[in-house]
Design a protein around this ligand. Structure first.
Ligand code: PEP
Ligand code: MN
Length: 337
C-alpha cells in the first residue's frame, strides 16, 4: 500500500502515519516529494486494511497494490483448479459442461421428465431450485426439502449429479446431504455467513455473481469460501444490472477471459438469467463457449408457459435439443481451431 499525504500535511501528520503503520506491524518508508510526501507500507503479506490510516489528519489517499483476494488469485496459485462434481470434471482443459433443468422443482413429474430429457440430450448436470430466492414473498418460494427429495429421485433415475441453491447458513447441512454442487445465488453473493458456511463443507460450490457486483467484489466473495478451506468453487456470470431494460440483465461476457486471467477457478455462464428471454439463450450460450467459459447453465421446462418461475427465459425441450446440437458443432470447431 502507498499512502499519499495531502499537499499541506505537517511533519506531525507524517509522523503519526509512520507510527500507526509500525503499530500495525509493518514498516513505513517515507518518500518525500517536491509537492507532497508519500509513505510506502512494507512487510505486508497481501491486502492491508486501511481503516485506521484513511482518516488520519493529512492523509489524502491510500493506494492498494495488493488485491482484496489472494487465495483465488493466480498470483499465489498459478495452476488451474479443476472442480470435480461427483465425477464430472469442470475447468480449463476439460470439455465444457452443460447444466440444464427448471428454475424450480415444481412436481415429481416435472423434474423427472426434465431430468430424463436433458440426460438424453447430453447434459452433464441437472439443476432445479428447491429453496427459491424470489423478489417478493407472494410468489412460489420452492418446495423446500420435498424439492431436494425429488431432485435426489431424479438423480437416481438418470445418474445426473444435481445442482441446487442454498439460501441460508442454517440450511447448508441439509442441502449438502442432497446436492452434488451447492449454488449460491446472485442475491446471496455477499451473504458472508453463508459463504463461510459453504467454505466449511466438503462439497463443491457454484457461486453466482451478484446483480451489481464488480469483478473485484465477486472474487473477494469467493475468497471467503476458499479462506474456510474449500477450494472447489466455480464462478458463474449471470448478468449484471445496467441502465438497459430490454434484457433482464446485461451479460458481461468479457468477464470470462478476464476472470480466467485473474483466478485459477473455473468460470461458467448462465445465459438464462442474464437475458431473461428464451430467444437469446442459445446465441449467448454459444458466445459463452467462444469466450472460453468452462460450461453453461440454462433453464429448461417441459411447459415453460406453465412454469411457476422464469418461464419466459426457459428453453422448451426442442430448444434445449437445438442448443445441445449447436454447442456440439461449435465445440468441434473450437477444438480444431
Ligand atoms: C437461479 O439459478 O434460479 C437463480 C435464482 O439465479 P440467480 O441467483 O442468478 O438470479
Ligand atoms: Mn430462475
Amino acid at each position: 500500500m502507498l499512502i499519499v499525504m495531502a499537499h499541506n500535511a505537517t511533519q506531525t501528520d507524517i509522523d503519526k502515519v509512520i507510527s500507526t503503520v509500525s503499530d500495525m506491524g509493518f514498516t513505513a518508508a517515507p518518500i518525500p516529494g517536491s509537492e507532497r510526501t508519500a509513505i510506502g507500507v512494507l512487510g505486508n503479506k497481501g491486502y492491508v486494511d486501511d481503516t485506521t490510516i484513511r482518516d488520519l489528519p493529512g492523509v489524502q489517499q491510500a493506494i492498494h497494490v495488493s488485491k482484496p483476494y489472494k487465495l483465488v488469485s493466480r498470483d499465489f496459485h498459478p495452476e488451474d483448479t479443476i472442480v470435480d462434481v461427483s465425477g464430472i470434471r469442470i475447468g480449463e482443459g476439460e470439455r465444457p459442461v452443460v447444466v440444464g433443468g427448471p428454475c424450480a422443482v415444481e412436481s415429481e413429474e416435472q423434474i423427472l421428465k426434465t431430468a430424463h430429457f436433458v440426460r438424453q440430450s447430453g447434459a452433464d448436470l441437472l439443476r432445479g431450485g428447491a429453496f427459491k430466492p424470489r423478489t417478493g414473498p407472494h410468489t412460489f418460494q420452492g418446495l423446500g426439502q420435498e424439492g431436494l427429495r425429488l431432485l435426489a429421485k431424479a438423480r437416481e433415475a438418470t445418474g445426473l449429479p444435481i445442482v441446487t441453491e442454498v439460501m441460508s447458513p442454517d440450511n447448508v447441512g441439509l442441502v449438502a446431504e442432497y446436492a452434488d454442487l451447492l449454488q449460491i445465488g446472485a442475491r446471496n453473493m455477499q451473504n458472508f455467513d453463508l459463504l463461510r458456511e459453504v467454505g466449511r463443507i466438503k462439497k463443491p460450490v457454484l457461486l453466482k455473481r451478484g446483480m451489481s457486483a464488480t469483478i473485484e467484489e465477486f472474487l473477494a466473495a469467493a475468497e471467503y469460501i476458499l479462506d474456510e478451506g474449500n477450494d472447489q468453487v466455480i464462478l458463474c456470470e449471470r448478468g449484471i444490472r445496467t441502465f438497459e431494460t430490454a434484457t433482464r440483465n446485461t451479460l458481461d461476457l468479457a468477464m470470462v477471459p478476464l476472470v480466467k486471467e485473474l483466478t485459477h477457478l473455473p468460470v461458467m455462464v448462465d445465459p438464462s438469467h442474464a437475458t431473461g428471454k428464451r430467444s437469446l439463450v442459445i446465441p449467448m450460450a454459444k458466445a459463452a463457449l467462444v469466450a472460453g467459459a468452462h460450461g453453461v447453465l440454462v433453464e429448461v421446462h417441459p411447459e415453460p408457459e406453465k412454469a411457476l418461475s422464469d418461464g419466459p427465459q426457459s428453453l422448451t425441450f426442442p430448444g434445449f435439443q437445438k442448443m445441445m446440437a449447436d454447442l456440439e458443432l461449435l465445440q468441434n470447431f473450437l477444438k480444431n481451431s
